[in-house]
Write a protein that binds this ligand. Sequence first.
Ligand code: NAD
Length: 259
Amino acid sequence: MGLLDGKTALVAGVANKDSIAWAVTMALVREGARVALTYQNERLEGRVRNLAQECDPPLPCFQMDATIDEDVTKAFGAIGQEFGGKLDMLVHSIAFARKEDLAGGIVETSSEGFKLAQEVSAYTLISLMRGALPLMKAAGGGSVVTLSYLGGERVVPNYNVMGICKAALESAVRYLAWDTGKHNIRVNAVSAGPIKTLAARGISGFTTVLDQVAAKAPLGRNVTQEEVGNACLFLLSPWASGITGEVLYVDAGYNIMGM
Ligand code: NAD
């Protein structure tokens, strides 16, 4: 018996096997959930479909650029069909900023770069929840998890515009939790420690961040995708039924340190 037998989940944000979203998918599948994946575009389709084929049964995959309304509507239509009009869980593991906005001075951030990063990294939690709402209402409630980072509340050099996006994302978590709690929907964030992924590689000086965490975190190391995946699983599961609007740190304890 799995913890999530008979439950349905949509995971948005798998790019490859290193993606945090893939570790969340593995944890959900392990616990018996039926999982559907979305991939951003044709460039990622092959890789995501190959990963989906590794599961037994293979996971259904749908294309969805989260910034395109028609894509979101179409994808949630297909997911509704796949899961009989109901959805229990949503994982939002999506972020993007231009490389030039993840280095140097924040004062150089262009309006265009700022808007793009905010739209992809914060607003899409709202638009995806809008897509999920009817399906979660039909299921009698739901649980949503997004991925954040400490750079949203403290200064992490070079994280720059993405830090501002994560601040907006964490605030969106609280407003969405308030707005959808009446439908028995919970919304939480996991604030993950740094992990080498495709997205992280775009951040200037990322290796220094990994070294700093390993040197200073109480556990004396970095976290793994699996650890983050398991924490997301907890928040998505009935074990977290009394928790909403929260940010849970999965960072080997780094965030508690003052020095
Ligand atoms: P990743 O590159 O594997 O995942 C990022 C995903 O965002 C990709 O699948 C990409 O396709 C998707 N994406 C970007 N723009 C999109 C769009 N317009 N529509 C749909 N999808 C889009 O990297 P990751 O590190 O697994 O990132 C997942 C989340 O975890 C992000 O929110 C990231 O900020 C967060 N996070 C990462 C770390 C880290 O160190 N890796 C730490 C804390 C939080």
